[in-house]
Design a protein around this ligand. Structure first.
Ligand SMILES: [Zn+2]
Length: 146
């Protein structure tokens, strides 16, 4: 090798066993290869369920965050639509998602103005119109708390 000097001296007695093994040109035995494969299989068997559980948990948290965003959008809609007689929010115009999107609610990963989708199930969130509108998912239900 040019340029970079190694700290390992070839004549070091600690390398004698390795040099002897290399000179003998021994490979791994079938049992050694199988042992390595079994160990790798066990490690993969431990890691894959944990990773997939973490991904699922993060999707559930994203779903909960989406529900909270939609809840706040419903609250903002109510603040903008106060009934002048009662002084209370009038949600009568909030019958479908197009009343909220994009003026009050806009998800970054949404490509159109249709209903937002749950990241866990890819099913649309359910908007329940009425005097106390609510949004729900198969994971959690949040009303606007009025
Ligand atoms: Zn969900």
């Amino acid at each position: 090798m040019k340029g970079k000097k190694s700290n390992v001296k070839i004549n070091d007695p600690r390398w004698s066993k390795i040099r002897r093994l290399i000179a003998q040109n021994e490979g791994f035995t079938l049992v050694e290869l199988l042992a390595v494969l079994v160990i790798l299989g066990v490690l993969v068997g431990i890691a894959v369920p944990r990773v997939s559980a973490t991904i699922q948990e993060s999707r559930k948290k994203a779903c909960e965050a989406n529900l909270q965003l939609i809840e706040r959008a419903i609250e903002r809609y109510g603040m903008d639509h106060i009934n002048p007689v009662t002084g209370q929010p009038d949600y009568s115009g909030l019958t479908e998602w197009s009343a909220l999107i994009p003026g009050y609610f806009d998800m970054k990963n949404k490509k159109d103005d249709k209903e937002p989708l749950c990241p866990v199930s890819d099913n649309p969130y359910k908007l329940t119109p009425g005097a106390n509108p609510a949004v729900s998912c198969s994971h959690e239900t949040i009303s606007n708390g009025e």
